[in-house]
Design a protein around this ligand. Structure first.
Ligand SMILES: [Zn+2]
Ligand SMILES: [Zn+2]
Length: 358
């Protein structure tokens, strides 16, 4: 029973204290929830591609994070204590964490778009909170918690955050009855393929440079896979569409030449959504032919729509339309985090889950 939960004084956590690579795994005090905050027992936490930058502490990390912090923004937890004045969640609730801590006061927040808040804090990034999911317990302002209504397990709940990014992109592409090309089979790319199929796409085409990832893509909803190491993608797309071009493209690689090439593969009137994060400037060769005269619809997404996306993806997972756990390639005790990051760097992992209690 929720009421009988005993909360220890100390807990294990990964901590980044200084602007340098790696984390320390140490004993730290269990935080006390302040006004408006809930204390969660972390049931599962997933590592994200963006966590590579935070681990290495590279130039990107300096843009998206601030020391000190506990990493881990893809977090599933159970509420074990509420600070004063908490509304909307109660002890015993199983929750996912919306890691975009919107301010509520900026232009976007006042116009119902807190997901792209101008003064955003970020859970697991040291932005307006030092808390993160790579710890046995964590505090989160209750307004950023999504209470699970169905029977999702902890692993599924932790994966709602990346699934939400995929869903946000695919929903904007209006894929019903359309052919959808998803470039890249990282976790978000594969989840986007699965969501596209669930939302009624005609054919889903997945690309990657590794056959192993394309095999997984096939089991998640991709109808056609293309290994772009062996095959010219534009040629393939034009053949497949009788020279018309692709209806919808969801770009999930962030690799600049791939991003640039998508414009030439879209049909006239096609839709493109950029999800992958390019680290260099983008460039389109034939701007008139491939962009302007095509009358394209181009979208970008950052995070999820709060909480619309959460409601939608919880339904997709609970109704078994997206088997989100298929992207999990490794389950590793948090104390072995160095091994987890080694696997992540090697490129052999899809999604890695950490058990904070071990
Ligand atoms: Zn993430
Ligand atoms: Zn705001």
């Amino acid at each position: 029973m929720a009421a009988s939960v005993t909360i220890p004084k100390m807990m294990k956590a990964l901590v980044k204290k200084k602007e340098e690579a790696s984390y320390t795994h140490e004993e730290v005090p269990v935080p006390e929830p302040k006004a408006g905050e809930a204390l969660l027992r972390v049931d599962c936490v997933a590592i994200c591609g963006s966590d590579i930058a935070l681990y290495k502490w590279d130039d990107v990390a300096r843009v998206i994070a601030t020391v000190p912090f506990i990493p881990g923004h893809e977090c599933a937890g159970t509420v074990v204590k509420c600070g004063p004045g908490v509304k909307g969640v109660a002890v015993g609730d199983r929750v996912g964490v919306e890691n975009h801590f919107y301010c509520g006061n900026c232009y976007q927040c006042k116009h119902e778009n807190g997901a792209i808040c101008s003064n955003m804090g970020q859970f697991g990034h040291g932005r307006k909170t030092e808390s993160g999911g790579c710890s046995e317990y964590t505090t989160v302002p209750a307004q950023y918690l999504y209470v699970i209504k169905s029977g999702l397990d902890a692993e599924e709940i932790a994966l709602l955050e990346p699934l939400g990014v995929a869903h946000n992109a695919i929903e904007r592409l209006e894929v019903k009855g359309q052919d959808v090309l998803v470039t890249g089979c990282g976790p978000v790319g594969i989840l986007a393929q699965s969501v596209a199929k669930a939302l009624g796409a005609k054919r889903v085409i997945a690309t990657d440079i590794e056959d192993k990832k394309l095999e997984l893509a096939k089991t998640m909803g991709a109808d056609i896979t293309v290994n772009t190491k062996n095959q010219d993608l534009k040629e393939f797309v034009m053949k497949l569409t009788d020279g018309v071009g692709m209806d919808r493209i969801c770009e999930c690689t962030g690799v600049p030449p791939v991003v640039n090439s998508t414009f030439s593969m879209l049909r006239k009137g096609g839709h493109l959504c950029l999800v992958g994060l390019p680290k260099q400037p983008l460039h389109v060769e034939n701007v008139l032919q491939d962009v302007l005269f095509k009358a394209l619809t181009m979208r970008t997404v950052h995070g999820r729509l709060i909480f619309h996306t959460w409601e939608e993806i919880e339904k997709l997972v609970s109704q078994k339309k997206v088997d989100v756990k298929k992207v999990v390639s490794h389950r590793i005790p948090m104390s072995q985090f160095e091994e987890a990051f080694r696997v992540l760097f090697s490129g052999e992992a899809c999604k890695i889950l950490l058990d904070p209690t071990k």
